[in-house]
Design a protein around this ligand. Structure first.
Ligand SMILES: *Cc1c(COP(=O)(O)O)cnc(C)c1O
Length: 381
């Protein structure tokens, strides 16, 4: 197989752009002899908290663990219900299940693909303990509306911010209207390391301490206060993330520029383009369009050497692997979630994507559309 014209990710490009700094940071860790729970982790945690404008951050093994450990630390477990969406990466629901609680799925707002706050209220029962909104594709969920519901019903709010570090709402920052923000540092995310990593960011120092304990076998100093997990962000990745965090805002701007270019290049086609809520700062983890002929478009782009992917083609409640029964239930209909799963297509989107490559994608989509219209026209005759 030849090299694709437009790749889906720019990981190696990003590494090459920062090669000296990253190599140096890794080298320093190797020479330091301190590889886990050392000074680089502490430093990165401070930098991340500062970036988020929140009091504390705790570096962990993964974004999945971030969600699990927050749930466990807040005492959400067996018998409790957690409201979220089915239109997300599997880990969101998996975390609820791993904590022993029951996931309750409500439908999404079809415009943004984020949780529809209007449906949350109807899903609340006496067992409801928390809401996990997912800031899907890089756009904040409607935290203001969710906060109101959570306050009225004394629920925790845990932000799944794996895709949206740096996003903002119209009148709120992330972390401002929740108990904790969970994020992931796998390379595909907007801030990524060279393996697994995640973090919890929060203004609640007690919660941060509890999670620090849980990530290290229930131990803060020497003794073990409880059972815990082994879920630490290692020094090499903390050092790499410190280098990269300085570039996150500039990368978000580049993503937004490419998104603008897609928007203006694809306007007037039959595709549904991303909806950005007025005043929201979308950081375009993914640029997702929708079409009934998704599979056809994806195959056409592939034939043109352009890689497009699907996030997510199978909703969680339709996955074979989700443990039903006590572990999950559906509130209302999930028609928008199911419709979106069948229609979404993610176009190449990363800070290192060039304007020329973006144009190549736009032109390919336009010629696909033209050939379809010609075919439809001749069929009509
Ligand atoms: C990536 C992701 C996660 C899980 O993060 P990991 O670091 O891979 O464990 C959770 N939720 C969402 C929405 C994600 O995109």
């Amino acid at each position: 197989m030849g090299v694709s014209q437009v790749e889906f990710y720019g990981h190696v490009r990003q590494y090459h752009n920062l090669k000296n700094e990253i190599d140096q940071a890794i080298h320093e860790v190797l020479e330091s002899g301190s590889y886990v729970q050392g000074p680089r982790l502490k430093q990165f945690e401070q930098e991340l908290a500062h970036y988020a404008n929140l009091k504390e951050s705790v570096g962990l093994n993964s974004g999945t663990d971030a969600l699990v450990l927050v749930l466990v630390a807040l005492g959400v477990g067996p018998g409790d219900e957690v409201i979220t969406t089915s239109n997300t990466f599997f880990a969101t629901a998996e975390a609820i299940w791993l904590a022993g609680a029951t996931a309750v799925f409500v439908d999404i707002d079809p415009d943004t693909c984020n949780i529809d706050p209007k449906l949350v209220k109807a899903a609340i029962t006496p067992r409801t303990k928390a809401i996990i909104p997912v800031h899907l594709y890089g756009q904040s969920a409607e935290m203001r509306a969710l906060d109101k519901i959570a306050k009225a019903h004394s629920l925790y709010v845990i932000e799944d911010c794996a895709q949206a570090l740096g996003a903002r709402g119209d009148d709120f920052e992330f972390g401002e209207l929740s108990n904790a923000v969970c994020t992931s540092f796998i390379i595909q995310k907007n801030l990524g390391c060279f393996g697994d990593g995640g973090a919890v960011i929060t203004n609640d120092s007690g919660l941060a301490t509890e999670i620090r304990k849980l990530r290290n076998h229930g131990s803060l100093e020497r003794s073990h206060h409880s059972m815990g997990y082994n879920s630490r962000l290692d020094e090499i990745h903390a050092a790499v993330l410190s280098v990269k965090l300085k570039h996150l805002d500039e990368w978000s701007e580049l993503r937004r520029e490419r998104a603008k270019q897609y928007d203006s290049g694809l306007v007037g086609t039959s595709l549904k383009l991303p909806t950005v809520r007025p005043g929201f700062r979308h950081v375009f983890h993914l640029y997702v369009v929708e079409t009934e002929d998704r599979d056809q478009l994806q195959a056409y782009l592939k034939s043109e050497g352009i890689i497009a992917q699907t996030h997510y083609p199978i909703a969680i409640h339709q996955q074979e692997g989700y443990p039903w029964g006590r572990s999950a239930r559906i509130s209302g209909s999930l028609e928008h979630t199911e419709r979106s799963a069948a229609r979404v297509l993610s176009l190449p989107m990363y800070p290192e994507l060039t304007a020329e490559e973006t144009d190549t994608v736009i032109e390919a989509i336009r010629s696909w559309e033209k050939s379809r219209n010609v075919a439809a026209g001749s069929a009509a005759r």
